[in-house]
Write a protein that binds this ligand. Structure first.
Ligand code: C2E
Ligand code: MG
Length: 766
């Protein structure tokens, strides 16, 4: 039976058709009929007929009305349907319907776009085809659960787009039992969550990286509420300190209680200061007692956190465990403070430790002794048997020295073969003498090294505190002078600082500072003494001699200040100035029309063996615009003797530069004649004192003839220095000596004076 059958107008039951209620329909039909009725027609009908006709008309109009309404409803449905499909397709989320075996039955445009395919290509394919194999379990589990509970479910998994690359998708799956199908249908809403997932992954990666950086850098943070004094520690704090969650400090006082007692006040002061002036960036270093009872070093950086009003509310402390760095630093300091070869304290540590000893001696009114120990003959052993043997000898000496003194005495190595001992608590000089004697005795027996029996006795200088000075530097310096004196006069023994030695030290110190000043104020001058060819009398060159004019109009002799310039190292600066000045003068003479006159410059031992020596020479020549060959050098035998091997090398290099080198004061030293033959020298100078013996003794000393003979044999020019009269000159002329120099021939004179002298002299000689 159809609905219509049950709900006719006769039934009198107002049934809803969905298009309008029956009474409403009838009324509207009646109303429409009333508008259409032709009253004239009724006059020809009986009343029943008229009613029937009327009913039929009403019914007919009702049908018309219903048809109209149905048409409108259909149109509206069509419009809704069109709107629905628009929405379905234009929806920003994908929508799929899955049928049997997860085959896609319907897909909206968004789903097709999401999967990178056309709608037609999706239909009939199982959805799993678009899920990455490794994520398919997620989907199946979800579906299984949905199958059993019927409750909608979501899952997040990676979808493989048709062209191959994958995206992250969220699937909201629900069951849709369709009336016309016995198979369950699944509705799947598909949302692209790649951006979110990437963001999440980035966040996870960034967090992980930060965590690892913090872990590697042993970095963490904590906060301190300055108004309540509460402190907040992150749980990671345990990693650094070992404290469990329940043991974390809650108030600032709990934290400061863990600080090393030596650091506590300093840190509290710093925090207080930071709160008062929070703008200043702060850093604190402290030791904190960790759970295992061990103090670890931390560095914390303080940052102010302000409230909305800009008032300091909390302090953020980003802190780092720097224990390992501190340990390395301490080790580096320890290493730097100890001599790696002997393990004895180095000079720096000697100063530190001696300062304590001096402070305590001052407090207790006791005396101290400083012993400067220098090994005799160490250098020849080192040169002869090599550095390995030399090192072992130094180690053995250090051991014996250490054992020779008491435990409270300080023994340090301060140079190659130099040691300093500071003796604590001595009663008088006798105690110090006894200790020095013990040390000498300890070093007397032979050292057996590498199958050799080596002997190296020490010379010891002794200074006393407070008698000879009250600083470690001063006392070491005086003990050094005493040691030097012992070495000169009685090697292998000790020597106390005497008043005379003290005076000498004071003079040296004063002279050293005056030299420094003099250099700064450019007080030095060069004078030039001519060197003549013995036969022709012509000028072969000049010797540059250093002068230091004093304020009172006198001059200080070079031999008075040169040793101090040497020992203080000022000779390098002074020597450099001499090179520059000699080059400048050479150039001036040339500009004044003189021929190129070779200037002989004296070079001290320390200068000659200094690394930058040749460079100094060439730089000075370059600066003056002259060739380095404008200079020649005079070096003493002693300078060459200091290190014959190195000397030979320097001489070779000078020869390559074209710089001639003369051996100064030959005949006074003890240079091995065999060695002399191997040296690239150009000239020998006969020492002035040998020449002067001629006048004193009335005859030429045999050594002078020997030197002349040797010079000829080695093809070296020979200059006799100190010719003071015609007789001297005649003697050397007679002996075919190549060159002569002396007051009789030309005194040392200024550069300007030499210009005039040269012109006059040349006129006479020609
Ligand atoms: P030296 O190299 O033997 O220089 C020659 C010295 O003999 C000069 O003494 C010179 O004035 C002096 N003399 C020359 N002829 C006679 C003479 O007929 N009679 C006497 N009694 N003396 C004569 P000066 O100028 O006092 O220099 C002394 C030493 O100082 C030089 O001895 C040299 O070794 C050193 N010296 C001078 N200037 C320099 C310099 O610029 N650098 C370095 N390192 N040493 C220098
Ligand atoms: Mg000379």
């Amino acid at each position: 039976m159809s609905k219509k059958d049950k709900t006719g107008p006769e039934s009198g039951v107002p049934v809803t058709t969905g298009l309008g209620s029956e009474p409403d329909l009838r009324q509207r039909a009646e109303a429409r009929l009333a508008g259409q009725e032709n009253p004239g027609m009724a006059a020809f009908m009986s009343e029943p007929t008229e009613r029937l006709v009327h009913e039929l008309r009403v019914h007919q109009i009702e049908l018309e009305l219903q048809n109209e309404e149905l048409r409108r409803a259909h149109e509206s449905l069509e419009a809704s349907r069109a709107r629905y499909f628009d929405l379905y397709d234009l929806a920003p989320v994908g929508y799929l319907t899955l049928g049997d075996a997860d085959r896609i039955q319907e897909a909206n445009l968004a789903a097709a776009t999401l999967l990178g395919s056309s709608r037609d290509h999706l239909v009939d394919h199982p959805l799993t085809r678009f899920i990455l194999p490794e994520d398919q379990d997620i989907y199946y589990n979800c579906r299984r659960e949905l199958g059993s509970t019927g409750e909608p479910l979501s899952c997040e998994l990676r979808l493989r787009r048709v062209e191959g690359h994958s995206i992250w998708g969220r699937l909201d799956i629900s069951l849709a039992l369709e009336e016309r199908s016995d198979q369950p249908l699944w509705r799947v809403i598909l949302i692209d969550i790649t951006a979110r997932k990437d963001g999440e992954q980035d966040l996870i990666d960034t967090r992980e990286r930060l965590r690892r950086v913090a872990e590697i850098a042993e970095l963490t943070f904590w906060e301190w509420d300055v108004s309540t004094n509460e402190v907040f520690f992150p749980p990671e704090w345990w990693r650094q300190t070992g404290y469990a969650l329940g043991e974390l400090p809650l108030r600032l006082g709990d934290w400061t209680a863990l600080l090393h007692p030596e650091d506590r006040k300093r840190i509290l002061d710093h925090l207080k200061h930071f709160v008062e002036a929070p703008g200043t960036p702060g850093e604190i270093q402290y030791r904190l007692r960790c759970k295992d009872g061990i103090y670890r070093w931390f560095v914390a950086r303080l940052e102010a956190i302000r409230d909305a009003r800009g008032v300091l509310a909390r302090v953020l402390l980003v802190h780092q465990d720097v224990t390992r760095r501190k340990e390395c630093e301490d080790q580096a300091v320890r290493l730097a403070q100890h001599d790696p070869l002997t393990g004895l304290p180095s000079r720096a540590l000697l100063h530190q430790l001696a300062d304590h000893m001096f402070a305590s001696a001052r407090r207790s009114g006791r005396q101290l002794a400083v012993l400067f120990v220098d090994l005799d003959k160490f250098k020849p052993i080192n040169d002869l048997y090599g550095h390995q043997v030399g090192d072992q000898l130094l180690q053995a000496v250090a051991r014996r020295l250490r054992d020779a003194f008491r435990a409270e005495d300080l023994v340090a190595r301060v140079g190659g073969d130099e040691f300093v001992a500071v003796l604590a608590n001595i009663r008088d000089g006798d105690d110090a003498a006894r200790a020095a004697h013990t040390a000498i005795e300890a070093l007397t027996p032979a050292h057996r090294i590498a199958g050799l029996e080596l002997f190296s006795l020490p010379s010891i200088g002794i200074s006393l505190f407070p008698r000879d000075g009250d600083s470690i530097d001063g006392l070491i310096q005086r003990a050094d002078i005493a040691m030097y004196h012992a070495k000169q006069t009685c090697p292998g023994h000790y020597q106390f600082v005497t008043e005379e030695l003290n005076q000498q030290a004071r003079t040296t110190l004063t002279l050293e500072s005056r030299l420094r000043e003099g250099l700064k104020r450019e007080e030095f001058r060069l004078v030039y003494q001519p060197v003549l060819d013995t036969k022709s009398g012509g000028v072969t060159g000049v010797e540059a001699l250093l002068r230091w004019p004093l304020a009172d109009g006198s001059e200080m002799a070079p031999l008075a200040f040169l040793p101090v310039a040497e020992s203080s190292g000022l000779i390098h600066e002074l020597g450099h100035w001499v090179f520059q000045e000699a080059c400048r003068q050479h150039q001036t003479w040339r500009q004044n029309g003189l021929p190129p006159i070779r200037v002989a410059v004296n070079v001290s031992a320390r200068q000659f063996h200094h690394q930058g020596f040749q460079q100094q020479l060439t730089a000075a020549a370059r600066m003056a615009g002259v060739d380095p060959t404008a200079l020649s050098l005079e070096v003493s035998e002693a300078a060459l003797m200091q290190d014959p091997k190195a000397s030979r090398q320097v001489l070779k290099e000078l020869k390559q530069l074209g710089v001639l080198v003369a051996l100064d004061d030959f005949g006074m030293g003890y240079y091995s004649l065999g060695e002399l033959e191997n040296l690239p020298l150009s000239r020998l100078e006969i020492n002035r004192t040998l020449v002067q013996r001629l006048s004193v003794e009335g005859r030429m000393p045999a050594i002078v003839d020997a030197i002349l003979c040797l010079g000829r044999a080695l093809r070296l020019d020979i200059t006799a220095v100190g010719i003071e009269n015609e007789e001297d000159l005649e003697s050397f002329r007679h002996r075919d000596c190549d060159q002569v120099q002396g007051f009789y021939l030309g005194v040392p004179m200024s550069g300007d004076h030499f210009t005039d002298w040269y012109r006059e002299h040349s006129a006479v000689v020609q």
